[in-house]
Each structure stands twice: as C-alpha cells, then as structure tokens.
Design a protein around this ligand. Structure first.
Ligand SMILES: NC(=O)c1ccc[n+]([C@@H]2O[C@H](COP(=O)([O-])OP(=O)(O)OC[C@H]3O[C@@H](n4cnc5c(N)ncnc54)[C@H](OP(=O)(O)O)[C@@H]3O)[C@@H](O)[C@H]2O)c1
Length: 212
C-alpha cells in the first residue's frame, strides 16, 4: 500500500540549512538528479528560514552539531511535519570523542526540538565521498544507514540516497541514531587519528555470523 503522504511527483523540493561543504556536496548531487534545491545560511542572501520554507519535501540539516538544536528550535514553526535529514556528527576534540556521550544522540536532541520527522543519514563519510558521481567502490555502491521512526520520511530519504548512486540501508529507529553517530566517531578516529584502514574492521558478509 502506498502511503498518502508519499510525493506524487518524482522531483522534490529540498531546503538545506547551511551552505558549507556538506550542503554543497549533497545539494549538488540532488540538483543533478533534477530536484529543486535551496540552501540558506545565517549570513548569505538566502536565510535559514527561507531555505527551511523551500524544503517542502525534505530539509537537510547541514550545520555544526553545536548550532543544530538551537536553529531547529527557532525554525520549529516552519519545520513542523517536514522530513528533516540530520547529517551532523557530534564529534570533536583531539580524541574524536562524542559530544553527546552519556545522553541522547544528536538526532534525538534535534527530534526533541521540532515536530519534524527526523532521519539520521549521510554522516558516516567525508564530504569528498558525497561528491563522487557515483560513490561506488570496487563495483559496490556505498551503503547509507538510515535511522528514523516515520515510514514516509524514510521512503523520501531512501530515494534521495539512491539519487546519489548509493544503496540505502535500514538501520532501525531514531533510538539507534546514537550508534551511527558513535560509529562515525570510531571511524573518524581510526581514519584521521590513526591513519588506519578502518574499512578493514568488518569481515566479508560470509563471516558476519548467524543472521537473526
Ligand atoms: N565535512 C564533512 O566531511 C562531513 C561529513 C559528514 C558529516 N558532516 C557534518 O555535516 C555538518 C556540516 O558540516 P560541513 O562540513 O558542511 O560544515 P561547514 O562547511 O563548516 O559548513 C557549516 C555551515 O553551518 C553554518 N553555521 C556554522 N555555525 C552556525 C551557527 N552557530 N548558526 C547557524 N549556522 C551556522 C555555516 O555558516 P557560516 O558560513 O555563516 O558560518 C555553514 O553554512 C556538521 O554537523 C558535520 O559534522 C560533515
């Protein structure tokens, strides 16, 4: 059964909060797929409120974690009921630690602020990966884990992941977003901190153990 709220047209209107690296990489990919993309910032010609208003099908939150909750709280009236994609990484410091350690994930804090349908996605890879057309490695499209509670919002973000040439991966509800954020902290620490081949930590699927 197709839910009533699924977009009836294939092309979406996407607003982006922020006009930095991630906004440019993901926004360019989605524009290339034919979507209408409006990015805004606190200081540019297009403001954050206008960008949020433009995102009638989805809004990407591409701000530093430290600014994210405050901005979405301020824009709560515009973001109500919208699909809000959270790509933030609450990771920092010389040891790449989680800013949220011991508490709710960034995605849950963001979801607590507005009444939007938050989906955690696109946070695991460096911006250069999102600029690839497409991000396919050894013939395998990059898998993008998605965490969210709203079926419709997940359908929209799955579609947007595919439009970048990626394979969306169901990673559970928003209560599991903290695991994806912690995975980002681990990977960034290994890649950047240690110069290690972090991809090598996972064995091939045949050795993944019994499936539940
Ligand atoms: N870069 C990556 O490789 C990467 C990968 C995955 C996830 N992420 C996550 O994606 C998010 C965006 O990263 P980015 O690399 O795109 O950052 P960026 O290039 O530094 O851009 C950040 C954007 O946020 C705005 N901003 C900064 N502080 C703000 C505040 N207090 N209030 C309102 N707007 C503010 C900036 O606007 P101004 O120009 O006005 O300062 C800019 O538009 C971060 O949460 C990051 O953890 C990044």
């Amino acid at each position: 059964m197709v839910p009533e709220r699924l977009p009836t047209v294939l092309l979406m209107r996407i607003g982006i909060l922020g006009n930095g690296e991630m906004a440019d990489a993901l926004g360019t990919g989605w524009a290339r797929a034919g979507h209408e993309v409006v990015a805004g910032s606190r200081s540019g010609d297009v403001g954050l409120r206008e960008a949020a208003r433009s995102g009638t099908d989805a809004v990407l939150l591409a701000l530093p974690y430290e600014a994210a909750v405050g901005v979405v709280t301020e824009l709560e009236d515009v973001l109500r009921g919208r699909v809000l994609i959270d790509c933030t990484n609450p990771v920092g410091g010389p040891d790449f630690t989680l800013r949220t350690a011991g508490g709710p994930s960034a995605a849950e804090r963001i979801a607590a602020a507005p009444t939007a349908h938050v989906v955690k996605a696109f946070n695991l890879c460096h911006v250069d990966v999102w600029r690839l057309t497409p991000p396919v490695f050894d013939g395998r499209p990059l898998a993008v884990p998605l965490c969210g509670d709203d079926y419709f919002a997940l359908c929209v973000v799955r579609r947007l992941a595919r439009d970048l040439g990626c394979e969306p991966l169901n990673a559970g509800g928003l209560d599991r977003a903290g695991l994806v954020e912690a995975t980002a902290a681990l990977l960034i620490g290994l890649w950047v901190g240690e110069g290690a081949d972090a991809q090598a930590i996972a064995p091939p699927m045949a050795f993944a153990g019994p499936r539940g």
